[in-house]
Design a protein around this ligand. Structure first.
Ligand code: CMC
Length: 437
C-alpha cells in the first residue's frame, strides 16, 4: 500500500503508552523488508519527538528504487539482483532501470544510449573553471565545484516543476559527470583534456578521456572497459545512504538538481562513506605483507585503539556485501588481464580469510564491503587513489538523480527538517561585556 494514503483497509497499528495515556500509531508494510511505524504525528498528538542519532532505526521516505536486505546480503535495483545486472547488463541499462523502473526494450535502450551520448560534452567555458583550481587540488574538490557550477550553464534544465527539464537535467548529469571526472583527473596530472568520443560505449569513452593523450593512438581494452562498467553498476545506487539522504534533503528545499548532486558529492567524500576505498588501499599498503596481518587484526580489536579495518563493516550489511563478491571477481579479472601480481591482493585475501574466522568480526558481523577490493582493482587500471571517490561519485550520480526525481515527483514530498534533543543552557539574561567575568 502507499504509506501515505492511509487507504489500506487492513492498516496495522501499534500502541504507544506513556503513563496512563495511549496512542495508536499506523504501521506500514513494504513489498519486502521490515514494517515501519508512522511517527509523523507524534509531536502534534503526543508532544514528544523520536530520538535516533545516525538514523539507525528511521525510514526517511518510501521508495520503489533500491532494496537492501543487510542480514542476507541482498541488493536489488527495482527488484533486479545486483549480481544479474552486473553479469548480464551494462551501466546505461542500469541507469535506465533506476530512472524508469523497468528494463528497457532494445529500442528503448538504443534511444536512451543516444540521448546520453548527445550530452557528453560540457560547455566550453567550463574548462576555465578548472584553471581556477590549484594544480594539486583534490579531484573531489574539483567535482564538488564543477558539478555545482553546471547549474550556472544549463538554465534550461533547472526548473524542477517541469518534468521535461527534470529528465534533461538527469540525462545531462549522467552524460557529463564522466567528462568532468576525466577533466579533474587530467588537470590533476597536468595533461590536456581529452574530449568525449561518442562512438565508444560509456565506460570505454571514460577510460579514453582519462588515459588517452593527443600524441598517441588509444585503443580501449575491452576487459578493462567491462570491469569499469561493472564497477559503475555496483556503485549506482544504495538506497538512503548518507550522500543520497543529503541529495534528498537538499532537494526537499526546491534547490536545483545540479546543486543537489554537488551536495551529494561533498557528503560522499568522507572516509566512512565514499572515501573508504582510498582508505582501504592505504591500509593494505601500510600492512604491506601477510606476516603483519595479526598485528593489524589485534589493533582493530583493541577498544583503546581507534584503528578500524577499512573496507570492513557496513551500517546495513551484517552479512557479506553482495557487491564485494562481484568486485573480488572483477579484481581477479583485471589483474589477470594486465598480468599484474599485486602483493596487496595476497594481503587482502589473507586478511579477509583471517577476519572471517575471528570471533570479534564474527560476533560484530563485520564482513568485507565493496571498498575492500575496489581500490586494488582501480589502482591496477591506472587510477591514482585520489580518483577513487571521484569514480564512486560518477557512478552514484544516477542513483542520486533517480532518488531526487522520485522525491520531487512524490505529491506528499515535504521539506526535510529533523528535530533535536536540546541539551544547552536554558534561557538566561544577557550580560554586557564589562560585567562578564
Ligand atoms: N574494524 C574494526 N571494528 C569495527 C569496524 C572495522 N572496520 N567496523 C565496525 N567495528 C566495530 C566498532 O568498533 C563497534 O564496536 P563496539 O560495539 O565494540 O563499539 C561495532 O563494530 C559497531 O560499529 P559501528 O561504528 O557502531 O557501526 P556503524 O554501523 O556505525 O559503522 C561503518 C559502519 C561502515 C562506519 C564501520 O563499519 C566502519 O567504520 N568501517 C570502516 C570504513 C568503511 O569501510 N566504510 C565503507 C562503508 S561501504 C561504502 C559505502 O556504502 O559508503
Amino acid at each position: 500500500m502507499d504509506a501515505k494514503s492511509g487507504s489500506n483497509a487492513n492498516l496495522k497499528t501499534g500502541k504507544l503508552t506513556l503513563g496512563d495515556k495511549s496512542w495508536s500509531l499506523p504501521i506500514y508494510e513494504g513489498t519486502i523488508g521490515p514494517d515501519v511505524v508512522d511517527v509523523s504525528k507524534l509531536y502534534s498528538e503526543v508532544g514528544i519527538f523520536t530520538y535516533d542519532p545516525g538514523f539507525t532505526s528511521t525510514g526517511s521516505c518510501d521508495s520503489k528504487i533500491t532494496y537492501i536486505d543487510g542480514d542476507q546480503g541482498i541488493l536489488l535495483y527495482r527488484g533486479y539482483p545486483i549480481e544479474d545486472l552486473a553479469e548480464h547488463g551494462d551501466f546505461l541499462e542500469t541507469c535506465y532501470v533506476l530512472l524508469y523502473g523497468e528494463l528497457p526494450t532494445a529500442a528503448q535502450k538504443e534511444d536512451f544510449d543516444n540521448r546520453v551520448v548527445h550530452h557528453t560534452m560540457i560547455h566550453e567555458q567550463m574548462t576555465r573553471f578548472f584553471q581556477g583550481f590549484r594544480r594539486d587540488a583534490h579531484p573531489m574538490a574539483v567535482m564538488v565545484g564543477c558539478v555545482g557550477a553546471l547549474s550556472a550553464f544549463y538554465h534550461d534544465s533547472t526548473d524542477i516543476s517541469d518534468p521535461t527539464q527534470r529528465m534533461i537535467a538527469s540525462i545531462r548529469m549522467i552524460a557529463k559527470t564522466p567528462t568532468l571526472a576525466a577533466m579533474a583527473y587530467k588537470y590533476f596530472i597536468g595533461q590536456p583534456f581529452v574530449y568525449p568520443d561518442n562512438k565508444l560505449d560509456y565506460a570505454s569513452n571514460f577510460l579514453r578521456m582519462c588515459f588517452a593523450v593527443p600524441c598517441e593512438e588509444y585503443r580501449p581494452n575491452p576487459v578493462l572497459a567491462r570491469a569499469m562498467d561493472r564497477i559503475f553498476i555496483l556503485h549506482a545506487d544504495h538506497e538512503q545512504n548518507a550522500s543520497t539522504s543529503t541529495v534528498r534533503l537538499a532537494g526537499s528545499t526546491g534547490a536545483n538538481p545540479f546543486a543537489c548532486i554537488a551536495a551529494g558529492i561533498a557528503c560522499l567524500w568522507g572516509p566512512a562513506h565514499g572515501g573508504a576505498n582510498e582508505a582501504a588501499l592505504k591500509m593494505l599498503g601500510e600492512i604491506g605483507s601477510v606476516d603483519r596481518i595479526p598485528e593489524y587484526i589485534k589493533r582493530a580489536k583493541d577498544p583503546d585503539d581507534s584503528f578500524r579495518l577499512m573496507g570492513f563493516g557496513h551500517r546495513v550489511y551484517k552479512h557479506y556485501d553482495p557487491r564485494a563478491r562481484v568486485m573480488q571477481k572483477t579484481c581477479h579479472e583485471v589483474l589477470q588481464e594486465l598480468g599484474i601480481n599485486d602483493p596487496l591482493l595476497d594481503v587482502a585475501l589473507e586478511l579477509e580469510r583471517i577476519a572471517l574466522n575471528d570471533d570479534y568480526f564474527i560476533q560484530k558481523r563485520l564482513y568485507p564491503n565493496i571498498d575492500f577490493y575496489s581500490g586494488i582493482t582501480l589502482r591496477a587500471m591506472g587510477f591514482p587513489t585520489t580518483m577513487f571517490t571521484v569514480l564512486f561519485a560518477l557512478a552514484r550520480t544516477v542513483g542520486w538523480i533517480a532518488q531526487w526525481k522520485e522525491m520531487i515527483e512524490d505529491p506528499h514530498q515535504k521539506l526535510a527538517r529533523p528535530r533535536q534533543l536540546y541539551t544547552g543552557s536554558p534561557r538566561r539574561d544577557y550580560q554586557s561585556i564589562s560585567r562578564r567575568k
